[in-house]
Design a protein around this ligand. Structure first.
Ligand SMILES: Cc1ncc(COP(=O)(O)O)c(C=O)c1O
Length: 444
């Protein structure tokens, strides 16, 4: 049995490697460790000090530039000038909480709502994906009168107490609470050719267990591209049956779009559209403000009003004029720079390049994904049932030597998680493929 890897342990600094001195001769890493204590989580065996970013590139303190293939926060590009201007001009004028009327906020929410199906009439803004999911869970429990949740086994949905409870991938020891059932991710390895039926069957079994335990089913919550589970996008529509089953059990379906949302999958603005399902609540975050902390939910109005009958909801920093101006600029850039189409186009050539590498290197056992969200499984002998977190970790560190930043995912950390900004250029796709070919050769 291979050890299961919690998400924050993937490609993480292990506290052992020495670190280059900063310009001032001060050891930044030991200051970091002193300040953050046990909660310090850093990427790479030898952590990197970053100083600037532009487009898909980041520059480190030693002058090395890195192609960023693992960052869906600055999704329209690092330090995008239009986003910066919108953000700073509004900050120079006024920034207040949302308990005053403001033109830009309503303009933003109207534009954001237009990206959703009409029945999701209300938007509540928050500052983080965790807050958004926390609110979604509370609304689901209020609407259904049930307390139980169904999640996938390596899911990550955030860091509040309630949301950590439904994030198996955050667990380092112990087990999920009784009101949460984790089911295997929708992979071909687990379910064979009929992923839709196999996954729906697991949802059904989990619903029965929750009912048996007296919790009932408040919701199935799923990241629409199952990113921390290892990126599972195909076949299109496989979620439909599972959603029907959860609705039949009187639960809701919450689509967590924190990862795939905002045009990343190329074929649609939201990941759930790929499955032609109607989520009751959609949570969103990360790319929403291109680095400005923005998140939120889109929700059926009747669910929100039932919740608000019991408690008030107010979030000081969310829906501020600066957040609204920033979010609006992000939507404008996605539209004006055709980033959804670019995600589809560059994603296709990226997958083609990866499939070509898989033809010449048998250790690549699977290439999956949609648009600019791609998962690549590695195993030392090419056997998909023998996944290797170690090989993935070696490749990620070799890629860093070749000036490309990528991440890991999957239950055992066996999947390369590839997720560049949406403004990717074809020359950067080529740079990435060349770096991966070199890294694979170096890790023989
Ligand atoms: C699918 C998913 N949902 C929710 C979250 C939580 O978002 P945040 O870190 O903004 O609280 C994350 C963060 O990685 C995520 O990947």
């Amino acid at each position: 049995m291979k050890p299961v890897r919690p998400i924050l342990d993937m490609n993480a600094y292990d506290g052992k490697t020495s670190f280059a001195q900063t310009k001032e001769g001060d050891d930044l890493l030991s200051r970091r460790t002193r300040n953050f204590g046990a909660a310090s989580v850093l990427f790479y065996r030898d952590p990197i000090e970053m100083v600037s970013g532009s487009g898909c590139w980041m520059t480190a303190a030693d002058g090395t530039s890195y192609l960023d293939f693992y960052n869906n926060v600055p999704s329209v590009g690092h330090c995008h000038p239009r986003v910066l201007v919108a953000m700073s001009e509004q900050a120079a004028k006024l920034n207040i909480n949302s308990r005053y009327l403001h033109q830009t906020t309503e303009e933003y929410l109207d534009r954001l709502k237009a990206t959703f199906p009409n029945y999701l009439e209300n938007i509540v803004l928050t500052c983080s994906g965790s807050e958004a999911n926390d609110l979604a869970l509370r609304i689901a429990q209020r609407a259904t009168g049930a307390r139980g949740f169904i999640v996938t086994e390596s899911a990550y949905h955030g860091n509040t107490a309630a949301v950590t409870d439904i994030s198996p991938s955050a667990l380092k020891r112990g087990q999920l609470p009784d009101h949460v059932i984790a089911i295997p991710a929708p992979s071909k390895l687990t379910y064979g050719d009929d992923i839709a039926a196999g996954f729906a069957d697991e949802v059904n079994k989990a619903a029965l267990v929750l009912q048996d335990r007296g919790y009932g089913v408040a919701a199935l919550i799923a990241d629409s591209i199952f990113s921390s589970d290892g990126v599972f996008s195909n076949p299109r529509g496989f979620l439909r049956l599972a959603v029907a089953i959860v609705h039949r059990a009187d639960g809701l379906f919450i689509a967590d779009e924190v990862q795939p949302g905002f045009a990343r999958t190329g074929d649609a603005f939201w990941g759930f559209a790929r499955h032609d399902v109607e989520p009751d609540i959609v949570s969103m975050g990360k790319p929403m403000g291109n680095g400005f902390p923005m998140a939120g939910i889109a929700v059926r109005p009747e669910l929100l009003s039932a919740f608000c009958d019991d408690v008030g909801y107010f979030n000081t920093f969310a829906a501020s004029p600066v957040a609204s101006a920033t979010g609006l600029a992000v939507l404008n850039v996605i539209r004006d720079e055709n980033l959804q189409a670019n995600a589809a186009l560059c994603g296709k050539s990226l997958r083609e390049g990866l499939l070509h590498l898989a033809d010449i290197d048998g250790r690549i056992s699977d290439v999956r994904g949609a648009g600019l969200f791609i998962g690549v499984d590695l195993s030392p002998d090419g056997d998909p049932t023998n996944p290797s977190g170690q090989l993935v970790s070696d490749i990620i560190n070799a890629m860093r030597e070749n000036r490309v930043l990528i991440g890991a995912a999957g239950k055992y950390g066996q999947t390369l998680k590839i997720r560049p900004p949406l403004c990717l250029k074809s020359s950067e796709v080529d740079f990435f493929i060349e770096a991966l070919a070199k890294s694979l050769r170096a890790c023989r």
